[in-house]
Design a protein around this ligand. Structure first.
Ligand SMILES: *Cc1c(COP(=O)(O)O)cnc(C)c1O
Length: 407
């Protein structure tokens, strides 16, 4: 490893991350290359972002065209790419209206503000309780960490936004105990991503939909991680056959360019007027051009079908690996190409050790929850890449078990 870079990193960055020891300089398809020329299979995809793989020619062509035309104009004016993207969202999803921004947290912030504002305008200021779920993740602004279900992210930052309560994920009774006429929103990830790749059950999401209808509550799906083909559908709500009132999207939407979006039904969208919310970069032409490409690509039934086939292929193989190493891998879960390997909790730090071993062996993976290894490869990954990755994973598992058993 080139020491010059690691030292410069330590010298210059506020230490909010503890990155693994690779400095990347280029990528192609499912592969990344570091400054030493070492090659890695990328099953992290920049945390479920690089869904079209690295240097995807379709994406690059559209971006180059946009770069040559215009980069930024602001929302004081209109631009062609943003209008194209918003119209596409209307065509391909439940959305009547969209708000464009630059990240997942910003989309969630907009959704939560809109839900509160809608209830305020329509029912009065007492209706402002937000129900979220323990273990959930919605971003890092003070509002979204307060709504998120992991207190470690919100402690030490002063007074937090009020009237936010947490129910238990996949437990409808725990929601029934909290919901009342003063509840304005329920926000939920169809599959908890950062929390450990934990899918909601169909009954749970359907039950939330029914409760929201009964109590006039906005149902918000945070599909920042699960959206844009990640689960084998353009959005996971289609697989669950439960339509939210508001939906947030980011990560894979820009396929590597920062963008976020809030999708809304008309009823809710209409309470925001000029000035109630905004974002300088929202609907930026370059980001919108990326969104147009990914939305077109991942709403194409042929491409979605291919993702589901690859998903079946990898789940099958992972289940065989699990059988072989059942003392380490307790469960394989997830949907599409968002996959969690839940590890034996008795092996402390097993996920971290396994992630490091994979890294040494040239496979990039993520962690989630307390002891879960998370795989989120580019959605354009092919069967050869998958086979190579699983070979590395098996070797890494054996090396990890050696370490764990000698502890
Ligand atoms: C990553 C993520 C976010 C935050 O997105 P940022 O772009 O990092 O702000 C919010 N919700 C979910 C479900 C996520 O996975």
């Amino acid at each position: 490893m080139n020491k010059k870079y690691t030292q410069a990193y330590k010298d210059a960055f506020i230490p909010t991350y503890a990155p693994l020891e690779a400095v990347f300089e280029k990528g192609t398809g499912a592969y990344l290359f570091d400054v030493d020329g070492k090659k890695y299979l990328d099953f992290a995809a920049g945390v479920a972002v690089s869904s079209m793989g690295h240097s995807n020619p379709i994406l690059l062509k559209a971006l180059h065209k946009q770069i040559d035309e215009v980069l930024h104009t602001s929302n004081i004016f209109m631009n062609k790419s943003a209008i194209e993207l918003a119209s596409l969202f209307k065509e391909k999803t439940f959305a009547d209206k969209v708000f464009l921004c630059s990240s997942g947290l910003e989309a969630n912030e907009a959704a939560l503000k809109l839900a509160r504002f809608y209830a305020f305008k329509k029912f009065g200021e007492q209706k402002n309780k937000i129900i979220s779920f323990t273990n959930s993740f919605h971003g890092r602004s003070l509002f979204t960490v307060s709504v998120g279900g992991q207190p470690k992210y919100s402690q030490g930052f002063g007074d937090l936004p009020k009237d936010i309560v947490h129910a238990e994920f996949n437990n409808l009774d725990s929601v029934k105990k909290l919901i009342d006429e003063n509840t304005c929103a329920i926000i939920v990830e169809p599959i908890q991503g950062e929390g450990g790749v934990i899918p909601a059950t169909k009954e749970f999401l359907q039950g939330l939909r029914n409760l929201c209808d009964e109590f006039s509550v906005a149902l918000i799906f945070d599909e920042v991680q699960t959206g844009i083909g990640r689960c084998g559908w353009l959005y996971a709500y289609e697989a669950y056959k439960v339509t939210p009132d508001l939906l947030t999207s980011a990560k894979g939407l820009g396929a590597g360019i920062a963008i976020g979006a809030l999708l809304a039904k008309d009823e809710f969208a209409s309470v925001f007027t000029a000035g109630t919310h905004g974002s300088t970069y929202g609907g930026n032409p370059l980001a919108s051009a990326a969104g147009v490409v990914s939305l077109n690509y991942f709403s194409d039934p042929t491409n979605l079908y291919a993702i589901r086939e690859k998903s079946d292929f990898i789940f099958q193989k992972l289940k065989n690996i699990q059988k072989k190493y059942s003392n380490l891998i307790f469960e394989i879960r997830g949907m599409g190409l968002l996959i969690g390997l839940d590890l034996n909790p008795e092996y402390k730090n097993a996920a971290e050790i396994l992630q490091n071993k994979n890294f040494e062996n040239g496979l990039l993976v993520l962690r989630a929850g307390t002891n879960t290894l998370r795989l989120a490869p580019p959605l354009t990954v092919n069967e050869n890449d998958i086979n190579s990755a699983l070979q590395i994973l098996q070797n890494s598992i054996e090396q990890t078990l050696e370490i764990l058993e000698s502890q």
